[in-house]
Design a protein. Structure first.
Length: 128
C-alpha cells in the first residue's frame, strides 16, 4: 500500500519570491488591472475615449493562523521597494516585478504552546 502522507517538499508552491516559498494563503485574489492613457475620459457627448496601454496584476493575499517565524519570513521577503513575486494564474506560473502595500497583522499571542501566533496577516502585491 502506498504511503498517503507526503513531506512539504512535494507540495506545489503557491506564492514565492526568488527561491523563498511563502506559506500557503487562505485567500488569494488576482486582479487584472487595465492601465489607460492619461487623456482617457468622456467627451462632451458622453462617449468614452482613451487607449489601454498596459495590463497589470494586483494581488490581495490573506493568511490565517501563522507563527511568528512565518510572519518574519513574509515580512523579510516582501521588502520595501521592488522585488520579484511569483504565483499561479490562468494555467501558468507568472513572475512580476512588484511592490507591496501595507502589511497588516492581527496578533493572537502565546496560546500556551510556547509559540507566538498571529490570527491573520494580509497584504496587497502590486505589479510595477
Amino acid at each position: 500500500m502506498a504511503d498517503v502522507f507526503t513531506d512539504d517538499s512535494s507540495k506545489k508552491k503557491i506564492l514565492w519570491s526568488g527561491s523563498v516559498v511563502l506559506p500557503a494563503p487562505v485567500s488569494l485574489s488576482v486582479n487584472d488591472e487595465l492601465i489607460w492613457t492619461s487623456d482617457t475620459g468622456r467627451t462632451l457627448s458622453g462617449r468614452m475615449v482613451g487607449d489601454v496601454i498596459a495590463e497589470k496584476k494586483n494581488l490581495s493575499i490573506k493568511w490565517g493562523f501563522l507563527t511568528e517565524e512565518s510572519v518574519k519570513l513574509i515580512k523579510n521577503t516582501l521588502v520595501a521597494g521592488y522585488f520579484p513575486f511569483s504565483f499561479h494564474d490562468c494555467g501558468v506560473d507568472i513572475t512580476i516585478e512588484s511592490y507591496r502595500g501595507t502589511l497588516s497583522k492581527e496578533h493572537l499571542g502565546d496560546i500556551g504552546d510556547g509559540e507566538y501566533w498571529y490570527k491573520s496577516v494580509s497584504v496587497d502585491i502590486i505589479q510595477r
